[in-house]
Design a protein around this ligand. Structure first.
Ligand SMILES: O=C(O)c1ccc(O)c(O)c1
Ligand SMILES: [Mg+2]
Length: 596
């Protein structure tokens, strides 16, 4: 279907918004009046720019406070409208959005509203323009879609139709099924926005918290299904007022926006995409570092051995059990300190996984990093993390390990990657979740807010069904907070006490945890004799759910990476979130002393 985006959804001046929308693959735009007023381009120039970019000007908006007013006020409104219709002719826009009045002048009189909207439509028709009337959820007298439709229906004017906006409909809890009572050709426009389910004033909610479909709590596929049943065939247009998107780069936001529309079309069956290929495990995590020594010292103390070396590049494979970490000291490492740059995901169909990602606008990475390398399918996640789709040890599929020359048999204490925690750029958290959910087919758990001494950290885990892939996506409230912008690799061990002791005996440094924390644990749980003292000594944190317990501790941080040792009872599904504030405070306390 024809896809469109309101310029208010993107950051920057009008020309940047238009360029971003076009590059992301949108077919058209809704031009928000303020964006035009602030633009140095004339309406003709905007029209030409849109044409050059392959964008239709699908809507001009909004026209406000028009209807159900005393005659003399309406006369002034018509005069204003004539100006706007002349402007729209120059702009090449043939549909105008009129939102229901919020003016104190407006009367609670549907017949008057219908009559005046009809007169407005008469004038619009002289310019070849159609009027799409939309109920704002906070409209003074008209605030529901069915009410707006009754007024439009009563007016019975061919140049007057309604504009449906999913936010206004779903935020008020209206039943979208009634949309099917509207003839499709009288729905002149469809605006789509999701939103987190918040209990707050609807105007504030709308102006600050809207998000792209699939990122919030509304049933957008359900609503769109009702709309399509009417025969509606106009644009699917995103109109998202969001404080974060206003500040984020327009380019990536537009890509995320378009991805959300592709997914919505897939969900309602009007677009076909390659099916998700859910990853079945973690093949490796790759660290890029300008200085291997602190990283390999840490890995060594954690019981990893250097098992293999890449044939052509400065990349070593470190392994303990089935936990594999690649240490890359290539030239790219010089640009930034130590960080986690790539993840290998086990995939039953690597090529299929990459095809879906590509169709959902993920940048595809070169299949070979060098001519002699094994070809691997890889894409970039929104945060830039490279995702390799791997088939470790599958006959018939390329094995990434073929690029490596064995150095040693891996020592094999039981150990695997329990989860990876990735720091997201602060303005791309919702997109990251949607990406991992829809592109990779992972299930998203609830988002949790964690108190950091210097701000709030938001975290949301995405997992596969058996928990063999767990990725915790986190973002700090404060842009540029380095501590929370560290990624970490959590290693699952059978006995965290033994693992922590072995780590310390090998010279590793564990994150010290304040005594107050363990005093509180004593108040909350009963422990066997000596157990709590052991945890106190090693800095082991503890959590318990109905399903079981979680014991975990942290290593020092090297660059922007640290490790966690976890002992997870099979029934425990979380990540020790209750302990995160203590852990974050402890990491702040040692910052500067541990950084590498
Ligand atoms: O918040 C507003 O004023 C506003 C304006 C135009 C719209 O289409 C809308 O949904 C909201
Ligand atoms: Mg709207």
């Amino acid at each position: 279907m024809h896809t469109s985006i309101a310029t208010v959804s993107l950051s920057g001046p009008l020309t940047e918004k238009l360029t971003a929308a076009s590059r992301a693959g949108f077919d058209g735009v809704e031009i928000f009046e303020n964006d035009l007023l602030a633009s140095p381009l004339s309406p003709e120039e905007v029209r030409a720019r849109c044409a050059d970019l392959g964008l239709a000007v699908d809507l001009y908006q909004p026209m406000r406070d028009i209807e159900a007013v005393p005659d003399e006020v309406f006369a002034r409104n018509l005069r204003r409208a004539r100006h706007k219709f002349e402007l729209m002719r120059r702009l090449g826009a043939d549909t105008v959005l009129v939102c229901s009045s919020v003016s104190p002048d407006a009367l609670d009189d549907d017949a008057l509203a219908a009559e005046q909207l009809s007169r407005l439509a008469d004038l619009a028709a002289e310019f070849g323009i159609r009027v799409a009337y939309e109920a704002l959820a906070w409209g003074r007298h008209i605030s529901t879609y069915d009410h707006a439709w009754r007024v439009v229906e009563a007016a019975g004017h061919p140049a007057l139709g309604t504009c449906l906006d999913s936010f206004h409909i779903l935020s008020r809890g209206s039943d979208p099924k009634g949309i099917e009572d509207i003839p499709g050709e009288k729905i002149f426009f469809l605006q789509l926005a999701d939103a987190p389910l918040l209990a707050m004033d609807v105007l504030q909610w709308s102006r600050h918290y809207r998000c792209f479909p699939g990122q919030g709590g509304f049933d957008l596929p359900g609503l769109l299904t009702h709309v399509l049943r009417t025969g509606y065939s106009g644009p699917l247009s995103l109109e998202v007022f969001n404080d974060v998107f206003r500040q984020a780069d327009a380019g990536p936001t537009a890509v995320d926006a378009h991805r959300s529309l592709l997914l919505l079309q897939e969900a309602v069956g009007v677009a076909e995409l390659p099916a998700p290929v859910v990853p079945t495990g973690v093949a490796f995590a790759e660290l890029l570092t300008p200085d291997a020594e602190p990283v390999t010292a840490l890995l060594g103390a954690l019981g990893f051995t250097r098992a293999a070396r890449h044939r052509g590049k400065p990349v070593d494979l470190w392994q303990r059990g089935t936990a594999r970490v690649l240490v890359n000291t290539g030239p790219a490492a010089r640009r930034a300190g130590t960080r986690l740059t790539a993840i290998g995901l086990e995939s039953p169909d690597p090529a299929g996984a990459a095809r879906r990602a590509e169709d959902l606008l993920a940048p595809v990475l070169p299949r070979r990093r060098a001519p002699e390398d094994v070809p691997l399918d890889a894409v970039a996640a929104p945060d830039g993390t490279e995702l390799f789709f791997c088939a470790t040890g599958h006959p018939g599929l390329p094995d990434w390990r073929a690029d490596f020359e064995d150095l040693a048999e891996a020592a094999d204490p039981v150990c695997r990657i329990d989860h990876l925690a990735l720091a997201q750029p602060w303005h791309h958290f919702d997109e990251a979740t949607l990406f991992h959910r829809s592109v990779l087919g992972l299930h998203a758990q609830e988002s949790v807010d964690l108190a950091d001494p210097y701000g709030l950290l938001r975290s949301r885990a995405v997992t596969n069904a058996d928990g063999s892939v767990r990725i915790a996506l986190a973002v700090g409230a404060a842009p540029g907070d380095d501590t929370v912008h560290a990624a970490h690799i959590a290693l699952a061990v059978d006995d965290v006490v033994a693992a922590a002791r072995a780590f310390r005996a090998a010279g590793g440094r564990l994150l010290p945890v304040p005594a107050n924390y363990h005093d509180d644990l004593a108040a909350r749980y009963e422990f066997a004799d000596g157990e709590l003292e052991t945890y106190r000594d090693l800095g082991i944190l503890y959590d318990r759910e109905a399903g079981g317990a979680f014991r975990h501790c942290y290593t020092e941080t090297v660059g922007r990476v640290f490790f966690e040792l976890v002992q997870r009872d099979p029934g425990y599904q979380g990540y020790g979130a209750v302990n995160a504030p203590v852990r974050l405070a402890a990491q702040h306390a040692v910052r500067g002393f541990t950084g590498g």
